[in-house]
Design a protein around this ligand. Structure first.
Ligand code: GLA
Length: 388
């Protein structure tokens, strides 16, 4: 990203070259392991990417909020006059939801000109939404001297997504995007919110992200359905044991599900959550021992469980994963994010990664008629101000 050019685009849009806008960046994220565990009080292991959302912003003497983006043709204006309401399926719901959270805290917000640019693909399971929310949150925090902590900004962004946008997500995405650290993944306990930055040392291997480019239609409703199924599992288990969430059960207790949960589908969902939580614990342990081979096996098991027990994959993700596993140099490969489309994340020997991308691309198109995109990301820092 050429920050000077971006600032220039800002002037082209809003004029007045005498007042420099302030520049912020918030990454997207990829989750290495620990899927659909966050809203079950479990562990996750995501990292921030070097792709994300840039925001150039300047205060103006008016009660207008002017929004624009370089990603598509869209100029929007909202007036500061009490709390905002959802404006239908518009992208500005993400920033407006965050601005609302500031207003609800009694923080005075003035007029602004805002220009966004995202280089993380939208709706692809790499947290483009959390990235837009957090870049807005860090910018407002700085511009209006709100003095809020990163954790507070993370929670406000999650709330914006839950209550304003209407997606009942857990805390993983906003947390990863807020607390990311270069070359580290975040080992986060979503119940206590205690976390540890774990170095990702892959030696002769690299991360490859593959986008199915499948349009994600029903993701939100299916996601909310899975959440409800987990709640049901907890309710039934609570008859026999004093638990608050599924992650309080260990993998050794999985056989109890057979006895205590009647509905086979609800039982399967609970099994995924508990086994996945166990996999995160082991994955972080083996990674610290530089056992990348076992880490890869756990990634594979994670995908299998998301396919068989949680049923959130689909033909596109499964084709990438199961065809990918046949290729040389693949250490582990799995879907990442909510599922139903979006991306896979793979660990591949660096010397084999070009061949992996080429061959997988061919077989994927042959089997699905879609064209996959590949990214070789770096692990970056969390949201913050940039120099421009
Ligand atoms: C989406 C949600 C997260 C998390 C993942 C699944 O990315 O936003 O909170 O639940 O799905 O692990």
């Amino acid at each position: 990203m050429d920050t000077e050019k971006f600032t220039d685009k800002f002037y082209e849009k809003y004029g007045n070259r005498n007042e420099k806008p302030v520049l912020f960046f918030s990454p997207g994220r990829v989750n290495l392991i620990g899927e659909h565990t966050d809203y079950n009080g479990g562990f996750v292991f995501p990292c921030a990417l070097n792709y994300g959302t840039y925001l150039s912003v300047r205060k103006i003497k008016s009660n207008k909020l002017k929004f624009s983006t370089l990603n598509f043709n869209s100029d929007e204006v909202a007036e500061l006059n009490g709390l905002f309401v959802n404006t239908g399926k518009k992208w500005i719901n993400y920033p407006l939801g965050v601005i609302n959270e500031f207003l609800k805290k009694g923080i005075t917000i003035e007029g602004m000109e805002l220009l966004y640019f995202g280089d993380v693909p939208n709706g692809a399971g790499l947290s483009s939404s959390a990235s837009i929310e957090m870049v807005t949150a860090v910018a407002l925090n700085e511009l209006f001297s709100a003095g809020l902590s990163t954790l507070e900004l993370v929670k406000m962004s999650q709330k914006a997504e839950n209550e304003f946008v209407g997606m009942n997500c857990g805390i993983m995405d906003q947390f990863a995007v807020g607390f990311g650290r270069k070359d580290h993944a975040i080992y986060l306990n979503c119940d206590t919110l205690l976390y540890e930055n774990v170095p990702i040392i892959l030696n002769d291997c690299s991360l490859v992200i593959t986008n199915t480019n499948k349009r994600r239609g029903l993701t939100d409703s299916k996601y909310n359905e899975r959440r409800a199924e987990c709640d049901k599992a907890v309710e039934q288990l609570q008859i026999y044991m004093p638990i608050r969430n599924l992650s309080e059960l260990t993998t050794g207790e999985i056989p109890l599900l057979e006895k205590h949960i009647q509905d086979p589908v609800v039982r399967q969902r609970a099994k995924h959550v508990i086994s996945e939580n166990g996999r995160v614990l082991e994955a972080v342990k083996v990674l610290k021992e530089y056992n990348i081979i076992r880490f890869g096996e756990l990634m594979n098991e994670s995908h299998d469980s998301l396919k068989e027990d949680y049923e959130v994959t689909g033909i596109e993700l499964d084709t990438l994963v199961y065809e990918g596993r046949k290729l040389p140099g693949v250490i582990g490969t799995r879907m990442t994010g909510a599922g139903f489309g979006g991306c896979t994340v793979s660990i591949v020997r660096t010397k084999d990664s070009a061949r992996f991308m080429k061959e997988l691309s061919v077989v994927y198109t042959k089997k699905t008629g879609l064209v996959a995109d590949f990214y070789q990301p770096e692990i970056g820092n969390g949201a913050g101000k940039l120099d421009n």
